[in-house]
Design a protein around this ligand. Sequence first.
Ligand code: NAD
Length: 347
Amino acid sequence: MKKNVTIIGFGGQGGWHANHAINSDVVSLLGIYDIDEKKSELARSKGIHSYSSLEEAINDSKCDIVVVATPNDCHKEIVIKALEAGKNVICEKPVEMSVKALDEMIDAAKKSGKLFTVHQNRRWDVDFLAMKKIIEDGDIGEVIRIESRIHGSRGIPSDWRCHKQFGGGMILDWGVHLIDQMLLLIPEKIKKIYCDITNITTDEVDDGFRLNLYFESGKTALVEVGTYNFIAMPRFYMQCKSGSAKIEDWRQNAQVAKCLAWHESDVLPVQTAAGITKTMAPRDEITLKTYEIDRPVSDVHDFYRNFVNAIDGKEIQLITHDQMRRDLAVMEACFKSAELGSPVYFE
Ligand code: NAD
């Protein structure tokens, strides 16, 4: 049987959850609550029930799942209230802004015996899944380094995202997705991180950042978000022990180059202004095989299918509390590193 969903916050993302619930095979929409009366009116104009208070919304006895889609600064309070009201909770990302706050939410979930997760919907992004497939296939060997970038050129949206008090800034907005993905691509112990932020379009919050991750195994990673990049660098770039892979743009296939033989007998030099170079000359097809991999099949609605099955005890919740804590610990370290201008070491 379908589970009933109540949505708190009917803005851009609350609207996405509402549309999803209306068309879903596993959940139905009960209604929404928003502090802004205009949003409630909008909901009613679409035939969606709107509750008159948060308490009324989360205490509706027909509600199985509360979805929290408010700005980042009020996630904790609403999540804890919903858990205490005996509901399962899906919170929008970033789940909170500190590990301490998240721990209070996890405690409330444990006390209530209800499920609590975060909507890391970019785990279903095809570019990320393509990189994961390349690593799992193993054709180009073990990872040495992965670089994951999102470069835009429109600054931060001019809503609550450009204000610190509401949890604005790109580390919390896009960083949480890219960090979550990276820690799934390299699920290893972190030794240290170093992060610097940009303030090109605003001083109040970071409008971009560059995070370097150093793992105990020696693997390294870069996660970068930019909002002032009029030419974008590739979405993903990966060096492995037997080759490299790249995704230029998230609409494109992954390109893979597999090294067939390390030594080349005849290297055709490249002519540069300063002279010729053999060291930096491209390889030919005798020592390098290049190919593309098909875009993996993905359905973002599997997030809800998993959560509903987890409530029914048929599947394990995909996005776990440990993963939520880990992502948040890295984000906290990013802010600390940027403030101190130095690396942050992990225990
Ligand atoms: P938004 O500004 O479009 O909508 C937020 C809504 O919450 C507004 O209608 C506002 O009136 C309402 N609101 C604010 N405080 C409230 C409260 N205390 N109780 C009830 N309603 C309240 O913002 P958005 O873009 O929809 O972002 C909302 C959340 O969703 C954020 O956490 C954001 O990071 C997340 N988000 C996630 C994704 C994703 O892909 N997973 C995409 C966009 C946004």
